[in-house]
Design a protein around this ligand. Structure first.
Ligand SMILES: Nc1nc2c(ncn2[C@@H]2O[C@H](COP(=O)(O)OP(=O)(O)OP(=O)(O)O)[C@@H](O)[C@H]2O)c(=O)[nH]1
Length: 514
């Protein structure tokens, strides 16, 4: 019996009808009559069985296999097309143009070109293309065209094998995306790095041209950066590399340069215990320079902990000298170098306040030169200046350290004497008259001398305010002038009252110390 179970409906119609005929004949005729026919059918059955097996294999393959005739019509396609695209084999076979149905339009021309080459005798080659799924999505396949009946000169058709590579393509895409993303990130990093390097160069150039010394210390108290001015201020060679140096080493290097290094290190320790901007601290160098330092915590961009500290040093020596010079100019008479009227008033106010607090006396000796104008007139202004300078020096020599000798203007001078009493002031006046009388100047071969008239007033004995004290001393001085000059006069008790009234009878003229 023919094993029909091994044949399937839909196999070649010709073979099927031959088998049906054979079955009928075997049942109706004698065996010898049909022996030859049986042999033939046995071979046919074997061939059919082989075809069935091949078909089973073809239909069971995972890849898509398709056969096209020479005109490009789809003859057969494996059921796996449905798994891959959603299209059933029947739909594909029924389509007027199966390739148009299955292949994505972007790849269709290329697919046809590859098929055309094989049809013309070229060897097929692998290529990749997109199939169009029934749901509109795409599915990547690795494809290969081969000729059917490859031993004949003209192929009977073409066979297309397509392998699902969608998962691989997706992996490739993801990989490509990752690589692209990495490249973009790398390019961005390089751009940021280049920008940050430029920024650092600019900052470094800026920090190196400014006069302020700048030192960055990290959290571990090591030098992170310092500019040229910092090296210069602290006496390091310009090419010395301090990066990484610990603060204690740095301190030991600078200690010998400054006065009171222990106090400075104490200041640094105190600053390190705080997190605020430090008050300016003046560092006095042994070579006379004065440098201020200020420190501040460098905040981290993220997080609350500081990433170190910045120390800023400024050499203020010149500023201090200029300020001192300005004070000097503001408080001193440029010709004689004595304190001027402005400083005289400040000092008088201060002394009176101090004397009031301590219950002591302050003396004021007013001095006015006698006959100074004729020297100017006769020998010139320069000769007058010479007299003023000589007198300032000579009288300055008899002034004690705690006394203050001032030029109030023109030929007017004054001496402020703190914590004093009448006898001491009289003695001072006597000494002043003495040195002035002793002064000799040589102008044009002529020996010239001069005298002075002095008035003495005592706070709070003669006056209770600075203005009153000046007025009383002036009155006493004028009394000396009007009584013959070259003498001192002590203001009398209650003289402030008489000054206010315009009289000066109570003064004691001609009380010369000698
Ligand atoms: N050379 C010089 N003369 C000055 C300066 N300041 C003021 N004088 C002059 O000092 C003189 C002061 O005038 P007076 O006090 O009247 O001169 P005096 O001859 O001393 O008069 P008596 O006080 O009455 O003795 C004036 O001639 C001023 O021009 C100065 O800085 N240099």
């Amino acid at each position: 019996m023919v094993n029909r179970a091994r044949l399937r409906a839909g196999d070649s119609a010709a073979i099927g009808s031959r088998l049906d005929t054979l079955d009928a004949r075997v049942s109706l005729t004698q065996a010898p009559f049909v022996t030859a026919e049986c042999d033939h059918l046995t071979r046919l059955e074997a061939a059919t069985t082989g075809v069935c097996q091949l078909r089973e294999i073809a239909e069971g393959v995972y890849c898509v296999e398709a056969l096209f005739d020479v005109s490009g019509r789809l003859m057969w396609i494996s059921p796996s097309i449905e798994r891959l695209t959603g299209w059933t084999p029947e739909t594909c076979l029924a389509a007027p143009d199966a390739l148009a149905l299955m292949v994505h339009e972007s790849d269709r021309r290329y697919c046809l070109r590859m098929a055309q080459r094989v049809a013309e005798g070229s060897a097929g080659e692998d290529f990749e293309m997109r199939l169009l799924r029934e749901d509109g999505r795409i599915c990547w396949v690795a494809c290969h065209w081969r000729p059917l009946g490859k031993h004949s000169a003209h192929p009977a058709g073409l066979r297309m094998s397509a392998e699902d590579i969608q998962a691989r393509k997706e992996t490739e895409y993801k990989l490509l995306e990752t690589v692209t993303e990495l490249r973009r990130a790398q390019a961005l990093r390089e751009r940021y790095l280049a920008r940050s390097n430029d920024e650092r160069q600019r900052l470094s150039a800026l920090l190196n041209v400014i006069r302020l010394g700048i030192l960055f210390m990290d959290r571990d108290h090591r030098v992170l950066y310092c500019n040229r001015a910092m090296l210069d201020i602290w006496g390091f060679p310009p090419d010395e590399n301090l990066i990484g140096m610990r603060d204690v080493v740095l301190q030991s290097r600078i200690a010998e340069l400054i006065e009171q290094p222990e106090a400075y290190i104490e200041h640094i320790d105190a600053v390190l215990r705080t997190f605020v901007v430090s008050e300016p601290y003046e560092v006095h160098f042994r070579d006379g320079r004065i440098v201020t330092d200020i420190a501040a915590v460098v905040e981290a961009v993220q997080g609350r902990r500081g990433i170190g500290r910045v120390w800023i040093y400024e050499d203020v020596t010149q500023q201090r000298r200029t300020a001192e010079r300005l004070v000097e100019l503001a408080e001193h008479d440029p010709l004689t170098g004595l304190f001027n009227r402005r400083r005289f008033h400040e000092e008088l106010t201060r002394l009176l306040a101090d004397a009031s607090r301590r219950g002591v006396q302050v003396g004021l000796v007013a001095i006015d030169l006698d006959g100074f104008k004729p020297i100017n007139d006769e020998f010139g202004h320069q000769a007058g200046d010479e007299v003023l300078v000589g007198l300032a020096g000579a009288v300055g020599d008899v002034i004690r350290r705690n006394e203050m000798f001032c030029r109030l203007g023109g030929d007017e001078f004054a001496v402020l004497v703190p914590d004093t009493e009448e006898t001491q002031l009289c003695e001072l006046a006597r000494r002043i008259l003495e040195v002035i009388e002793a002064l000799r100047f040589d102008f044009g071969g002529r020996s010239v001398g001069l005298t002075a008239s002095l008035g003495i007033a005592i706070f709070p004995h003669h006056a209770s305010t600075a203005e009153q004290l000046i007025a009383v001393a002036d009155q006493a001085m004028y009394r000396s002038k009007s009584s013959g000059r070259d003498q001192w006069t002590m203001a009398a008790s209650g003289s402030d009252e008489s000054a206010r009234m315009g009289t000066s009878d109570s003064d004691e003229p001609n009380r010369r110390g000698d």
